[in-house]
Design a binder for this molecule. Structure first.
Ligand SMILES: *[C@@H]1O[C@H](CO)[C@@H](O)[C@H](O)[C@H]1NC(C)=O
Ligand SMILES: *[C@@H]1O[C@H](CO)[C@@H](O)[C@H](O)[C@H]1NC(C)=O
Ligand SMILES: *[C@@H]1O[C@H](CO)[C@@H](O)[C@H](O)[C@H]1NC(C)=O
Ligand SMILES: *[C@@H]1O[C@H](CO)[C@@H](O)[C@H](O)[C@H]1NC(C)=O
Ligand SMILES: *[C@@H]1O[C@H](CO)[C@@H](O)[C@H](O)[C@H]1NC(C)=O
Ligand SMILES: *[C@@H]1O[C@H](CO)[C@@H](O)[C@H](O)[C@H]1NC(C)=O
Ligand SMILES: *[C@@H]1O[C@H](CO)[C@@H](O)[C@H](O)[C@H]1NC(C)=O
Ligand SMILES: *[C@@H]1O[C@H](CO)[C@@H](O)[C@H](O)[C@H]1NC(C)=O
Ligand SMILES: *[C@@H]1O[C@H](CO)[C@@H](O)[C@H](O)[C@H]1NC(C)=O
Length: 854
């Protein structure tokens, strides 16, 4: 039994040899019994195998074969001492030979038919006591596994479905073990499953199952691997994933800054790959995974949806994000300063509208930081996203010219935008002034305090409820012309938010007061005189000063009057004064809203005193032609002076034909010759030189009898005429008649001139222009000579004949130079000032404007 067990404990098979163990070393006592031995041998089809029959060569043996499933035992080979004899049956059991010097069977190319029980009956010691052994050899013929091939129920399963894989095998002795390998796309090979079943079920297929599959079949002989097979799992699309570049996420979703390039990338896992479609606010805008918006604009804000489609499965998935485009407000913040709380505080306002999201506005400036830290709640007023304001009470800022900065920050801007403001206290003090409308309807009180930032508040308070609500910078209080209060102050108040105290200026209205230097002015006739009138105070809304002349007529600028006027004074110059015409009371007057005033000035125009009398000493023809007369005269009391020239007068008395031979100076008075009934008038020659005492009169008509006389002249005052003389006949004829007649012609022209002068003087009221042309020069020059004011009032001494002049109307220049030379106690040039009059006298009331600052 032990030997049988040992025999069963086989060594191992090789493909070429079969090793059989026998219980050789055990000596069994011979008792005539047949001994049985069992052995198992494994062979592989087509390979060789050796079947042992004892360890020593028996004397005789017989190999037989029993086919499994049958009882019959059939001989294969025997050797009864005479060599082995192989039976026909052996041909079905492969190429069978007997190994020399043994009873072992060797089979090459083992066929499957050799599978069965081989029995070797061996006989030993036949000569003595024969021993019989039965060796049972169980030959098992195995088949190696062939190359398996893989089958799948579905090579493109949809994710989640169930499939199977089968490892098909044609040949191979069981038991067969199966293993499945999975190779991913990237080449990683893993064991997927193993077992003794050729089929596995894969439930709930997923995308991770995608890849190459192999199966390996193994049995006791060998192991074979199938070719690989690709499994493609169909799936998706998953919910897409959207990547936004640049990435910026807020509570609203994604955000981008205007003008940036925004890229939206959509990815959804899917097999086959997804098709992508982009939607903006539900309208399709793009096809493809990556939607790029170059220069994104604020209008691009909205919802972006990515739709992923698996066209094979006809499945889809969608994801929506919201994108907000941030943009800054336009421009920069705008700052303003305004008064608040009735100008007791300053409000700083900063606003910057537009933009998304709203910008952040901050006040900057050292002072603001300071005050905010002190009392942040007090200063911070209403704030809205796009505007902010600060309230600063008066006195919070001590410095004039404070700078305020408002900074607007926005995430779409790199640098904050700013606005600046400065606050100014108006310079100086408020200024009060008053003026009157042209039509004298209104008096306007103006107050201004300009230059502040913000503007100051200015208001009026006056007596009797005259006042005015505040206005900015300046304020005009309008009063009815007559309604202003005299003597009561009108106060202007001005308040600036940066200043605690209120500034004021005042206007007090008073009626005007006119002054003059002299109440009585006296001048000599012919000179110009200036009458002056001025206001005591000078800075008022007073009407123009007007002058009235001695006839009570308002004075205009004429040749007679020259008016010089300023707001403070009015000078009236009366030109070429004449005693009768210009003497009298002059008046200057003015008024304002609260009263009027006038000043009377008396002008006294004096004549110069009468010059002394003169006597014509001699009058005689200097030739027989009777064409020239020599005259000589003298002045009485010559040493006392008092004349400036002479008027030489002549007139004809009668005319006779032929030549006169006698000189009769007395016969012509009142005589009328040639039909004349009235006495012929005197004609004049003016001699400017006060020192002259002789004069020759030429151009006389030889046939005429003349009279001559002389009158001293003091400026315009003409003295008494001397006694008239008729020239005496010459004693001898000194000059040829020819010369005499020539001179006579010249003299005739001179006479005409004199006649004209007489005419002009006599008619100067009717013809003042002519008069002024002739005497104008003398007038201006006589201003030098209107001194010597003498109290003697000179009577009108103009005694020139008033009868119409027969003289011609031509105006010869030769007669005009009436330029008397002062003589004797000569006048002091430039001292034409009239005699000192009364002192300054206030006549009436004035408006005084006083500005009082506080
Ligand atoms: C399987 O075995 C049979 C008989 O031995 C043989 O004809 C056939 O070729 C074998 N098939 C393979 C795949 O080895
Ligand atoms: C292969 O798969 C195994 C197990 O899943 C893993 O540990 C290994 O890192 C993979 N190797 C590669 C190259 O992917
Ligand atoms: C695989 O599934 C089929 C059908 O559902 C079943 O008949 C079979 O037994 C399953 N095989 C294994 C190994 O589970
Ligand atoms: C597929 O494999 C990945 C990584 O190994 C894993 O995270 C994932 O859950 C797997 N998917 C499924 C459907 O099993
Ligand atoms: C898109 O939708 C957003 C949010 O509803 C809206 O604000 C935006 O105006 C829409 N844009 C257009 C072009 O309709
Ligand atoms: C504003 O201030 C002025 C001067 O201080 C005062 O008279 C006036 O009553 C104030 N007005 C208001 C509304 O407070
Ligand atoms: C404030 O500053 C402005 C500008 O520099 C100046 O004109 C004004 O006079 C100043 N006011 C005072 C009160 O100093
Ligand atoms: C007008 O009169 C005033 C006062 O006499 C005098 O001061 C002033 O110079 C005069 N003006 C002119 C232009 O003569
Ligand atoms: C000058 O003459 C007039 C008239 O001829 C005469 O009345 C007068 O008294 C005379 N004067 C002197 C001072 O002689």
């Amino acid at each position: 039994m032990v030997a049988k067990l040992l025999g069963l404990a086989l060594a191992y098979l090789t493909t070429t040899t079969l090793i059989t163990f026998t219980a050789n070393g055990v000596e069994i006592k011979h008792n005539g019994e047949v001994i049985y031995r069992d052995a198992s041998v494994f062979g592989v089809v087509s390979k060789a195998v050796i079947l042992e029959c004892g360890s020593t060569l028996p004397d005789m043996y017989i190999w037989s074969f029993t086919k499994p499933g049958t009882e019959a035992i059939k001989a294969v080979v025997y050797d009864l001492g005479k060599g082995p004899r192989i039976q026909k049956l052996a041909q079905t059991l492969g190429k069978l030979t007997i190994i020399t010097r043994s009873a072992a069977l060797s089979i090459e190319k083992l066929p499957l038919a050799a599978h069965g029980l081989f029995t070797c009956q061996a006989f030993y010691d036949i000569e003595e006591e024969p021993i019989v052994y039965f060796y049972y050899v169980h030959l098992t013929v195995r088949v190696p596994v062939s190359k398996p091939y893989l089958l799948m129920s579905d090579v493109s399963p949809v994710e989640g479905s169930t499939m199977w894989m089968r490892c098909n095998l044609d040949n191979g002795t069981g038991p067969v073990q199966y293993r499945w390998q999975h190779e991913t796309r990237n080449g990683n090979i893993t064991a997927f499953a193993r077992g003794n079943s050729s089929t596995i079920n894969v439930t709930d297929v997923n995308r991770n199952h995608t890849g190459w599959y192999r199966c390996v079949a193994s049995n006791a002989v060998n192991s074979e691997t199938s070719n690989r097979l690709w499994l493609d799992t169909i799936f998706g699309p998953d919910i897409p994933q959207i990547d936004v570049t640049p990435f910026s996420i807020t509570e609203r979703g994604y955000s981008a800054l205007e003008r940036e390039t925004v890229s939206l990338l959509c990815q959804a896992q899917s097999n086959p790959s997804s098709q992508y479609v982009w939607f903006y606010n539900n309208s399709q805008v793009y096809t493809g995974p990556q939607y790029t918006i170059t220069k994104v604009l604020r209008m691009h804000t909205g919802d972006y949806a990515c739709l992923a489609q698996n066209t094979y499965l006809n499945t889809r998935s969608k994801k929506t994000i919201s994108l907000t485009v941030y943009y800054p407000p336009d421009g920069s913040p705008s700052c303003s300063l305004e008064p608040a709380l009735n100008h007791t505080s300053l409000r700083l306002q900063c606003s910057w509208t537009g933009g998304f999201p709203s910008p952040t506005l901050n006040w900057a400036g050292d002072f603001v930081r300071a005050v905010q830290e002190d009392e942040p709640d007090f200063f911070q007023e209403a704030n809205s996203p796009s505007s902010t304001s600060l309230l600063l009470p008066s006195g919070a800022l001590t410095s004039n010219n404070s700078l305020f900065t408002c900074k607007g920050s926005h995430r779409a801007l790199r640098e904050p935008a700013k606005c600046h403001m400065r606050s100014y206290v108006p310079s100086g003090e408020p200024v009060c002034s008053a003026y009157v409308t042209n039509n004298k309807q209104y008096l306007m009180l103006s107050c201004s305090w300009e230059g502040g930032a913000p503007k100051a508040l200015v208001w009026w308070e006056g007596p009797g409820g005259h006042g005015k609500q505040g206005e900015e910078n300046s304020n005009i209080l309008i009063l009815g012309y007559g309604t202003a209060r005299s003597g009561k102050p009108y106060t202007c108040h001005a308040k600036h938010p940066l200043q605690l105290q209120i500034k004021t200026c005042r206007l007090t209205l008073e009626a005007p007061v006119l002054l003059t230097q002299r109440r009585v002015v006296s001048v000599y006739e012919g000179s110009d005189v200036q009458l002056t009138c001025n206001l005591r105070a000078n800075y008022l809304p007073v009407n123009e000063i007007t002058w009235f002349n001695n006839h009570g007529v308002g004075v205009q600028d004429t040749s007679k009057y020259t008016l010089l006027r300023t707001s403070g004074w009015a000078n009236l110059t009366v030109r070429d004064t004449e005693q009768s015409r210009d003497s009298g009371e002059y008046r200057c007057t003015t008024s304002n809203a609260v009263g009027g005033t006038d000043v009377n000035i008396t002008l006294v125009v004096k004549r110069y005193p009468m010059p002394p009398n003169a006597t014509l000493l001699r009058a005689a023809y200097n030739s027989r032609q009777r064409m020239e007369v020599d005259l000589e005269w003298q002045v009485q009391n010559e040493e006392q002076g008092g004349w400036t020239g002479f008027l030489l007068e002549q007139r004809w008395v009668s005319e006779k034909p032929g030549r006169r031979t006698s000189n009769d100076s007395s016969k012509e008075e009142g005589n009328s010759w040639n039909g004349r009934t009235s006495t012929p008038s005197w004609s004049h020659i003016f001699l400017q030189d006060p020192d002259v005492r002789i004069h020759t009169v030429g151009r006389l008509t030889p046939t005429v009898t003349y009279q001559f006389r002389i009158r001293p002249v003091n400026h315009r005052t003409i003295g008494h005429p001397s006694a008239a003389k008729t020239p005496a006949e010459p004693r001898y004829n000194m000059y040829p008649a020819v010369i005499g007649s020539a001179i006579g012609g010249m003299l005739f022209a001179a006479i005409l001139t004199v006649l004209l002068l007489i005419f002009i003087i006599r008619n100067r009221n009717n013809n003042p222009r002519l008069h002024d042309m002739l005497f104008g020069l003398q007038h201006s020059q006589s201003r030098e000579n209107i001194n010597f004011p003498e109290d003697e009032v000179v009577a009108d001494s103009e005694e020139i004949d008033t009868s119409p002049s027969p003289g011609p109307t031509i105006l010869p220049r030769a007669a005009s130079p009436l330029t008397p030379t002062p003589r004797g106690a000569s006048p002091t040039p430039g001292s034409q000032a009239p005699p000192p009059g009364d002192g300054d006298e206030p006549v009436s009331v004035t408006i005084t404007v006083k500005a009082t600052g506080s």
